[in-house]
Design a protein around this ligand. Structure first.
Ligand code: FAD
Length: 394
């Protein structure tokens, strides 16, 4: 029979890999995609939804075309285990699926006990909104319901985590929404990191558009010693209790649990990979993509996962059908919206060395750029969103 590829996770990495393998092998490879959700809601642009620049429904994408146009077997179920000797994936609904090559792109899970007082049972009182879907709706509803002059707090994550500028784009979008409907409200960021992505650009933008609204407590002032009390809606920073109205807790992260169940993760909780092919360092029949992988210099982003997926798809086709394999090249750009038509970006190109995916060159927006350039950068991000979602879902 045809060689079989099973992909676990139909997000930025997994949907792209499944589509490229099916499309480029023209039926020579049997592709199965395992993903529990019928609609994938992107994390990208979920901040813009919170800011009022995107509709929630427009963040959702279905798997219909991957099945009907590309012949992929889309199985809506959870993968609950991998038998690496038998080369099968067990499903929550029962039964198992055999593979010749397995691709895992399960995204992230949160580290247990990362923020004292917070666990998944607290995610309604104190949402993370850091996985796709309804958490962003919940967080937005809570922001809309804040009392006049109330406080929105964010507990920011330690490195490494998905989308380095994501928390700070979120702050920008929350500030934008509050400026419109609750201008005396306050925003408090409790942050364990000394510094963060695009910091000078965000700080300049907050000063310009939302002066006096945003306060950040870094590790010098106890930002790394935080506890939350979801029942009382309190944030305790280095012993000082703050009463807040919304608390957005973004905990420390690790690879999606299935990578751990497959015994592919290291002590930090990520799955180390061989840069040229994205093969697990533990098992050459398994490729790990996107946020779950530990690959070197690339940030954990949708753009990165999509870029890694194309490299892995080429390697898998090469191994299973003897098609040509070209040297691995990767790229990434992370756009962020600071205010209406005020977009900024950071990005880089990468190549595979033995040891890691290594950055070769990069770029970043400058402070003080004019409005026309910022608008063009924002429009570029709209084009990217349309492009990546088509690249994933056809
Ligand atoms: P995901 O896209 O999360 O896909 C993982 C999929 O695996 C999910 O659909 C999940 O349901 C499925 N899954 C998990 N476990 C299992 C299992 N056991 N069995 C079956 N399926 C499973 N990136 C950008 O490039 N640009 C941006 O502007 C940007 N903005 C962001 C803003 C926010 C607020 C956030 C939170 C993230 C943002 N990102 C952005 C990051 C981006 O969303 C992630 O880096 C990207 O989605 C990672 O892709 P992935 O394939 O690793 O995981």
């Amino acid at each position: 029979g045809r060689p079989r590829v099973v992909v676990v996770g139909g997000g930025s990495g997994g949907a792209t890999a499944a589509r490229y393998i099916a499309k480029d092998s023209q039926g020579a490879i049997d592709v199965t995609l395992i993903e529990p959700q019928r609609t994938y809601f992107t994390c990208y642009f979920s901040n813009l939804y919170i800011g009022g620049f995107q509709d929630y429904d427009d963040l959702g994408h279905s798997y219909g075309k991957l099945a009907s146009e590309y012949g992929i077997n889309v199985v809506h179920d959870w993968a609950i285990g991998v038998d690496r000797d038998a080369k099968t994936v067990a499903l929550a609904g029962g039964g198992s699926v055999p593979y010749d090559r397995l691709i895992l792109s399960p995204g992230i899970d949160f580290k247990d006990g990362a923020i004292p007082g917070w666990d998944l049972a607290a995610q309604n009182a104190m949402p993370h909104a850091y996985k796709g879907g309804t958490q962003a709706q919940l967080l937005k509803a809570q922001i809309m319901a804040m009392p006049e002059g109330g406080t929105y707090a964010m507990v920011a994550p330690p490195n490494p985590y998905r989308c380095p500028p994501g928390p700070y784009e979120r702050i920008s979008m929350v500030a934008h929404a509050l400026t419109q409907m609750n201008p005396t409200a306050k925003i408090l960021i409790v942050d364990p990191k000394e510094k963060y992505s695009k910091q000078a650009l965000f700080e300049e933008g907050w000063q310009k558009h939302y002066a006096g609204m945003v306060e950040r407590i870094g590790p010098d002032f106890g930002g790394d010693k935080v506890e939350v009390r979801p029942d009382a809606m309190e944030v305790v920073v280095d012993g000082v209790v703050e009463k807040v109205d919304v608390c957005n807790v973004i905990p420390a992260q690790k690879a999606g649990r299935i990578a751990e169940l497959a015994d592919l993760t290291n002590e930090e909780g990520w799955a180390p990979v061989v840069p040229a092919t994205m093969q697990s360092r533990e098992d050459e029949n398994i490729h790990v993509l996107g946020d779950a992988s530990q690959q070197g210099d690339m940030p954990k982003s949708g753009y990165s996962a999509n870029s890694q997926a194309k490299v892995a798809a080429m390697a898998v086709r090469g191994a299973l059908t003897d098609s040509r394999v070209f040297p691995a090249k990767f790229s990434n750009t992370c756009w962020s919206l600071i205010a209406t038509e005020d977009g900024v970006k950071v990005g880089a190109s990468y190549e595979a060395t033995e040891e890691k995916i290594a950055k070769t060159s990069g770029f970043i927006s400058n402070t003080g750029e004019d409005a026309a350039l910022r608008k063009a950068t924002y429009e570029e991000s709209l084009g990217w969103y349309a492009g990546i979602t088509t690249d994933m879902f056809g």
